[in-house]
Design a protein. Structure first.
Length: 313
């Protein structure tokens, strides 16, 4: 039983229209699904990804009217986005031209990187990568060779490594492969890999006991999801969590994938999600993400749900 990589990452925005513009216009991602939070249908759930909406490329947002995040430990603190290493100069210029908070191109861990923040303070790290396939979006304002290839690595912050490491290695079958000093000067970062490894399959754990406890808000990450191939394997993961007596949500049918949620000892919300059936299950690949999609159990409430949502475009 091996997780195969990062599946998606879900964050929080307090301004869905501006969020939609930034991730499609500035970052050049494709909006592959416009839907609602299935547990709070007053809130959009927006999915941005590569041209095909591939598992491992999804950056998603809940739209909640909340104040800004208070940064600290017990949090998913930085999201990796993979790009061609030769594109980092392009991105540095593009992001600075947009007036964003942008760092310098350098080396983090073993790869070339560029840190930046979105307009709400969401923290990202562009990571140089040329491994694996890429599915650019033909209508992106960013040229295909510079487009974001997918997610990873993802960095979480905890106060104590030992209990988190025990879950990652003993329960989730990840491997601890190396350590490095945190670029912000706050502690050591420990690299855990899953599946075949590589930047799309790494979780970086920063041990930062001196930081205050984070409070989620706009600009924060809600949870990170890891990939499992299919329904059979998510059944196995549900059973494995039960065997280790780790409380979980049990399997949840999200329609586009099936999910399983639990918290690791450092307080961060983890999800295991199936690769399929994917975002084209209910609308054509050519037009997915353009209209409001609802899973079948919410379809009877479409008129009520639509009436409560603000326009995006």
């Amino acid at each position: 039983m091996d997780l195969t990589g990062i599946h998606h990452l879900t964050a929080i925005t307090a301004d869905a229209p501006a969020n939609n513009r930034f991730y499609t216009d500035t970052l050049g991602l494709r909006r592959v699904k416009k839907t609602v939070n299935q547990d709070d249908t007053s809130a959009y759930h927006l999915f941005f990804a590569d041209g095909k909406g591939s598992a491992g490329t999804d950056l998603t947002f809940f739209d909640w009217p909340v104040s800004r995040e208070r940064r600290g430990t017990h949090s998913i603190s930085r999201t990796g986005l993979r790009v061609n290493e030769s594109s980092l100069d392009f991105w540095a210029g593009r992001l600075r031209d947009k007036g964003l908070t942008v760092g310098d191109i350098g080396t983090t861990d073993i790869r070339a990187t560029l840190d930046f923040e979105d307009p709400e303070g969401q923290r990202f790290r562009l990571t140089g990568d040329v491994e694996g396939p890429a599915d650019p979006w033909e209508r992106s304002p960013v040229a295909a060779e510079h487009q974001i290839r997918g997610l990873g690595p993802i960095t979480i912050s905890v106060a104590d490594l030992a209990p988190t490491e025990a879950v990652l290695t003993t329960v989730m079958n990840m491997r601890r492969v190396r350590d490095y000093a945190s670029p912000d000067g706050q502690g050591q970062v420990h690299v855990f890999e899953m599946g075949e490894g590589g930047p799309a399959a790494e979780l970086h754990v920063a041990v930062q006991p001196d930081l205050p406890v984070a409070r989620q808000g706009a600009g924060a990450v809600h949870h990170v999801a890891f990939r499992t191939p299919d329904i059979k394997t998510i059944h196995e993961w549900a059973n494995r969590l039960d065997e280790f007596r780790i409380p979980s949500s049990g399997e949840v049918e999200r329609y586009y994938f099936r999910s399983l949620y639990f918290r690791e000892p450092g307080g961060n919300l983890f999800e295991i999600a199936t690769d399929g059936p994917g975002f084209a299950v209910d609308e054509p690949m050519e037009t997915m993400g353009e209209g409001l999609s609802l899973p079948p159990f919410l379809e009877p409430r479409r008129a009520q749900i639509e009436a409560g949502l603000k326009p995006l475009d």
